[in-house]
Design a protein around this ligand. Sequence first.
Ligand code: NAD
Ligand code: DAU
Length: 358
Amino acid sequence: MLLITGAAGFIGGNFVHHWFESSSEPVVVLDKLTYAGNAATIAAFLKPGHCELVQGDIGDRALVARLLNEHAPRALLHFAAESHVDRSIHGPGEFVQTNLVGTFGLLEEVRAYWTELSGEKRDSFRLLHVSTDEVYGSLSDTDPAFTETTPYSPNSPYSATKAGSDHLVRAYHHTYGIPTLTTNCSNNYGPYHFPEKLIPLMILNALDGKPLPVYGDGKNIRDWLYVRDHCEAIRQVLERGRPGETYNVGGKNEIRNIDVVTTICRKLDALRPRATGKYEDLITYVTDRPGHDRRYAIDPSKIEREIGWQPTETFASGIEKTVRWYLENDEWIAGVRSGAYRQWIQTQYGHESRGPGV
Ligand code: NAD
Ligand code: DAU
């Protein structure tokens, strides 16, 4: 079986959906169910012996040890993290605790478990650490895309803690021989994405007739990957990745934020037109994110060459699916937009609007 951390969140949740499309191998999910975790995302699969959800902290070492010894997983997939850059700017403490200290605790318990394994079980065990392209820092418009040998240069508290966790994973392979795999992926989008991130925030604000807050000049670039393509990359790296290696995962979809937002607006104009005007009328430029990375871009040559993975969705096909999903899933959306969510929106956007056209 697989032990998966953070699978009540966006990518881990999509991974569980993806996993059970082609496998009946059982899964145990360890998730703290923070504001970003939502049991509803994987509720359809929850059944003893098939998919079990244990609410707990990756930093609870006794719990992690118990789960490893009770279930004897052939792999641990580590998605759990504090993941939102803006929140890390407001309060980095939780990021250090979960992403760095939590990952350290997890590694220690995996070391204890793996050391006691023998033969084939020991050789075939994998710890797959899900990380981000943000560890490489920011690119100019003309810099080449990130490769696996690009020096780390994290700029936000979030990316600094992810970089630290990557280094710990690397060290546990190098020093203790733990068969680790690390993936560094670009920006994901798709179903079950918590609406504090750019794409779901824009879709839901637009549908509510609220301002669409674009940071700075809107020309920052991200490399967008449909979440199911990321999940398939993780599945393939788990099966075919070489222990100790890292793999960059990206969609070859470099797009400026303002173009992402206008694409969403036009899609909504077609699928659910406003009574008056266009959705683009709601675009509002706001104060920039402090330390805002200008551009991310992934060179996925290594995963293409060694693993044979390729993305299947273009941005056009992926955003169509994503917008339709948000139009059709009111219940999930209502569930995640709780009081705590409204409080975050007030903290982050309450007084920031500089008005359209700036
Ligand atoms: P998310 O914020 O949607 O989900 C994180 C999940 O982790 C939630 O279910 C949350 O409850 C859980 N969690 C948080 N702290 C925990 C703790 N201490 N113990 C146990 N569970 C805890 O994040 P996501 O977007 O699904 O990202 C998943 C992973 O992928 C993260 O490691 C992130 O750094 C990485 N990543 C994300 C993206 C992206 O675009 N979203 C891209 C590349 C890599
Ligand atoms: O690159 C991978 C990373 O992508 C992951 O590691 C992170 O977990 C994930 O959150 C994401 O980070 P970003 O900071 O790139 O994503 P976010 O959706 O927060 O922002 C995308 C871009 O849109 C970024 O340039 C900031 C901008 N933005 C974001 C928000 C929330 C806006 O212009 N307005 C907004 O309201």
